[in-house]
Write a protein that binds this ligand. Sequence first.
Ligand SMILES: Nc1ncnc2c1ncn2[C@@H]1O[C@H](COP(=O)(O)OP(=O)(O)O)[C@@H](O)[C@H]1O
Ligand SMILES: O=C(CO)[C@H](O)[C@H](O)COP(=O)(O)O
Length: 362
Amino acid sequence: MELHQPLSSLIVPLCASCRNNGELLAGPFLYNESFPDALPMVSSIAPANHTVCSGSSTLCKLVSWWNKHCSNGGDDSAILMHQSDWLLWLLHGEYGVCDYNNTLKVGYDPEIGSYPSWLMSQPYSHMLPSSVRAPGVPIGPIREEVRSQYGFSNDCVVCTGTTDSIAAFLAAGTTDPGKAVTSLGSTLAIKLVSRVRVEDARFGVYSHRLDDQWLVGGASNTGGVVLRQLFSDDQLVALSRDIDPSSPSPLDYYPLPKKGERFPVSDPDMEPRLEPRPDSDADYLHGILESMARIEASGYKLLKELGATPVEEVFTAGGGAQNEKWTAIRERVLGVPVRKAEQTEAAYGAALLALRGATTGS
Ligand SMILES: Nc1ncnc2c1ncn2[C@@H]1O[C@H](COP(=O)(O)OP(=O)(O)O)[C@@H](O)[C@H]1O
Ligand SMILES: O=C(CO)[C@H](O)[C@H](O)COP(=O)(O)O
């Protein structure tokens, strides 16, 4: 399979359905694609407000595909792969292996360590990854043909991965309850270390497990992809110089790249609001950055209202972390210290996971 469009991030939930020869049956389906046609069926089997009860959940993507292609007698050899499952499968060659972060949105329960019975009784349950492991544990040796083609060492092992915003969280290197990481990449994803697990699909809020911690949060469709539609990266740097972050912008937008929001409002029909546009581009950018900061602040406020440990400090990852003016705006709007993480790339966090898997073997 080739992907002809650049992936905005590492977390494109790729519901790639493969036969034994790895043939792609459908998709890929992207992280922000919504399949409301599957929502009534999914909501009828899952507990109220479960993470899968959102049109953009992996389970809705799977059910939508299943209804269209397999409802009159399924394809027993079809399986679901997340993006990282597929990439890792190319390296190790074993079907059905995944981690408990990627499987959260298809319904896996990381607290009890299994799929719930309401999911396993469905006709498509054979498509779910069958071996769900912790992130960063060894899966097995790299396939010999790949090893020799790229010159990896004989003892190279492939380890389970995670989602991209968790990888960004790991890169930031923070672990205490109340500490959070906002990833300002193509989208705006927040992850807060919480003593309490919180989940509410009405607002796109869910909790990922990381060892014995909960990473509570959600992902908004606002973020850098909207900025890229309007400004080049060089313009962002130049215009930001003219912004006074201590003075609140009166402009009130809801910056989205297209229709649809996931968090802190879950509404597949929400329209972007990017007008009125002032004459000054710097004022426009100021209004957009400030509006994104308000979305971020309402996200953290919502997590607290739902019972998560209140946020005390925010580290920033992703391309937006470079923007000091935006950091200052966010600090004013969030009301807690905000700073750039020492390592802002999700790939760094993924490498830490691999290191852990390779060195500890667990
Ligand atoms: N100076 C800047 N200020 C704000 N945002 C920026 C700046 N430079 C780049 N960006 C944004 O960062 C985003 C890229 O960040 P990145 O973490 O690479 O995203 P992703 O991996 O999710 O695609 C772009 O969408 C771009 O708009
Ligand atoms: O919007 C995204 C893609 O860039 C997020 O990274 C993604 O949806 C967040 O998912 P998760 O919290 O499960 O890592």
